[in-house]
Design a protein around this ligand. Structure first.
Ligand code: SF4
Length: 468
């Protein structure tokens, strides 16, 4: 059951506390998942500083991200000179295997031609052993951090993939998930005896063990050779329903102009069969993911996952009296909101408000068909900010919020618990180790939500029960 609320957007001309982050942030994270890659943000220092600060505070790891450092002169006459200097400096100081350039609002607005600038740079340095140089177009006024992430993954394969000899490998495009999720996905693939290449893989590069000496380029990441060979894989698995589909939405006039995902690009150009399924959160969505892996590997689900699935069902049964009939507000990236909504529908919790800053137009039809409990109508808001969320939330009587730390002040105002998931989490420790995916990740989410509800009940009880 869906409810559409026409909220007071028209009273405001500006976004107030966006329920999304900027596109080059997502692009930078994707580039960090490629081995020995240094990202350059083509724009002003401020963009790079904000992005570095957000990433460092969430992952608690150093983030070397360069900037072409636009000044007034570059904004008027173009930033080619600055970008050339940035590329040369990075090659000299970092010796990267690949440089990933993403654009900002400013460089896109003045119409920087990155193809031309990079070709020109390569021509001028033809005698040198240059690293790979790729770029993605990521103005924030056309998309969210999730769009920038997926656009960059697509740009990486579009820029590097080459058809040569077939490889006995699948490509896994995991989406914007936590390093802990990436590590778990790798464990699952290994347990199915599947050869795979995860693109990108920032499971180590943004969550490294302690170093005795600072490393300019952290360990980990997908080797460039594997991105090149992605065209020779026999299949791809992509996790998500929305991806970068909303990207450049304003320019899309019909479906044929819709932006392709990385997996769709490889399928259309190199016949690499693409299997798309949503983020595996909850039992049904995880079952779909495991079904795909069973088909691709020819192996049944390993016993340990059967047990994890069984324990999760047992937890659903045990926790039903805590969860059933509770009302939740969820928010974040479109694919995360879809995954959370499908999972919560399995638990007896009613999602009364699902909010995203994305604007793909896909979330409403997808959630309209999801299996809601039907006790409470669900309001779905896309392209929304936190002030819109706060306005609507006031009257919903929600028991819990589930989303990133940017919504904390609303939970505080409503005096309800916030279970922190997704990105960013700036007011708790260990955000990079939060599991969201598969039966195991769902189990952790379920336990955290149940405990948050129990703790709330305990703390607000006049009696102070220690047995709930
Ligand atoms: S100007 Fe655009 S790219 Fe730069 S920080 Fe702001 S939203 Fe992001």
């Amino acid at each position: 059951m869906l409810r559409n609320i026409e909220h007071k957007k028209s009273e405001y001309t500006a976004t107030r506390n966006a329920c999304k982050l900027c596109s080059p942030l997502g692009a930078s994270l994707a580039y960090k998942g490629i081995k020995a890659c240094v990202p350059i943000i083509h724009g002003s220092q401020g963009c790079a500083t904000y992005i570095r600060r957000y990433l460092i505070s969430h992952y608690r790891e150093p983030f070397d991200i360069a900037s072409s450092s636009f000044s007034e002169e570059a904004a008027v006459f173009g930033g080619q000179k600055n970008l050339n200097i940035a590329i040369s400096n990075i090659i000299e100081q970092y010796k990267p295997e690949i440089i990933g350039i993403c654009t900002t609002c400013l460089s896109e607005t003045i119409g920087e031609d990155l193809n031309m600038i990079i070709s020109d740079y390569k021509a001028k340095h033809a005698s040198e052993d240059l690293p790979e140089i790729v770029h993605s177009s990521t103005p924030s006024y056309q998309g969210t951090h999730a769009d920038g992430f997926h656009e960059t993954v697509k740009s990486l394969v579009a820029g590097l993939a080459k058809k040569t000899e077939p490889v006995d490998r699948i490509n896994l495009f995991s989406g914007f998930v936590s390093p802990a999720d990436l590590r778990h996905l790798k464990e699952i693939m290994a347990d199915f005896s599947l050869n795979f290449s995860m693109i990108p893989d920032y499971s180590e590069s943004v969550d490294n063990p302690n170093w005795s000496e600072y490393k300019r380029i952290p360990d980990g990441g997908t080797p460039v050779s594997e991105v090149i060979e992605s065209a020779n894989a026999y299949a791809s698995v992509e996790l998500g329903y929305v991806f970068n589909k909303g990207y450049k939405a304003g320019r899309i006039k019909n479906k044929s102009q819709e932006v392709q995902t990385a997996g769709e690009y490889l399928e259309s150009k190199f016949n690499v069969i693409n299997h798309q399924t949503g983020l595996p959160i909850g039992i049904k969505e995880t079952d779909k993911f495991f079904d795909i892996l069973e088909k691709l590997s020819g192996n049944p689900m390993p016993g340990k996952y059967e047990k994890e699935r069984g324990r999760l069902i047992d937890a659903y049964v045990d926790g039903h009296k805590i969860m059933f009939g509770k009302k939740a507000i969820i928010y974040g990236e479109e694919d995360l909101v879809i995954g959370l909504s499908k999972f919560l529908a399995e638990t007896g919790i009613d999602v009364v408000l699902a909010v995203t800053g994305g604007n793909s137009g896909k979330i409403k039809p997808i959630l309209a068909n999801s299996n809601q409990n039907g006790q409470e109508p669900m309001t779905i808001g896309d392209d929304m900010d936190f002030e819109d969320l706060a306005d609507i939330a006031k009257d919903l009587g929600a028991n819990i919020m589930i989303g990133n730390s940017k919504g904390y002040y609303i939970a505080r105002e409503l005096k309800i618990p916030l279970v922190r998931v997704g990105f960013p989490v700036h007011d708790r420790f260990g955000a990079q180790r939060i599991h969201h995916l598969s039966y195991r990740g769902t189990q952790e989410l379920f336990d955290r939500i149940a405990n948050a509800l129990m703790e709330y009940k305990q703390e607000n009880s006049a009696v102070g029960y220690k047995y709930l």
